[in-house]
Write a protein that binds this ligand. Sequence first.
Ligand code: SIN
Ligand code: MN
Length: 313
Amino acid sequence: MQQQTSTQPAPTQPALTEGDRARLKATHLTGAQLAEYRRDGYLILPDLFSPAEVAAMKAELARIQRIDTDHLVREKTGGVAKTIYRVHEADGPTRSAVFHAASRAPRLLDPVRQVLADDALYIHHTKCNLKTAIDGSVWQWHQDYGSWQRDGIPEPRLTTALIMLDEPTELNGCLYFIPGSHREGSLEAEFNDATGYRFYVVPKPRLIELMQRSPEPVPIVGRPGTAVLFDCNIVHASGHNLSRHDRWQVYVVYNPVANRPKPVPSPRPDYVRSVNFHPLQPGSDDILAAAAAGIAPAGRAAAMTAPAAEVRR
Ligand code: SIN
Ligand code: MN
């Protein structure tokens, strides 16, 4: 048989769409957006990540959830992953070049720097909640700072960037925020591990009293690729996934280096209480190219780590 020679040109990168171009530019929050964040305790940034970027993130989590590691918490039923930690670093069993790039992309990092009014930030942890169809379980009402205060973090000055990888709905267990509840300050919290995840929740009498005088909880829904910044003291929760659809979400928690944790007697492991206090360097908004190029040596720069005793598991 005669060998066929191809006249096709070499594959090139797909042209940028309108949406891609808008994403690459839209990095700076307006005064109105900042005021909304301060008033409500959260701010929704629709379509911050493209469908291709979301697909790359999902492929990474599908890969990582098969790894047998203590950086991963499984549901009490079904054995599927509930939470995967520490996907943003250059090392460790759950490392991912895609999340390393996404968490440093200027289109995310710039707004985070604005809401925290600080440029020297590090990541306290990343947490990927794979609330899978049918098995994905509840997260009780809580403030994140309830746990992070016990990590030794002096002030409630953290913000979290939530990235939607599926479309969260009320049936599949979207997050709910009580708008403005971050202005209550840090509420007394009680320990809970009913779902296999160990954290501090708002006790019921205090919660009901707060709900009686607050706006109704808001379901946080949106298209995949939407990001949401939220204050570490906003009261939030989510229900069981009763649907046949997964609800995967990623959370990147940013803290000013100046607000890094003080030593505590029995620190949580570094995959949940990072001791890499090296200030984040903004990367590229071309997340897929950055991920394909691998993690630059600068990403492994000597961390300003805490004393060895503190990173004990
Ligand atoms: C959280 O509040 O930390 C997680 C809630 C969720 O992913 O539904
Ligand atoms: Mn939370």
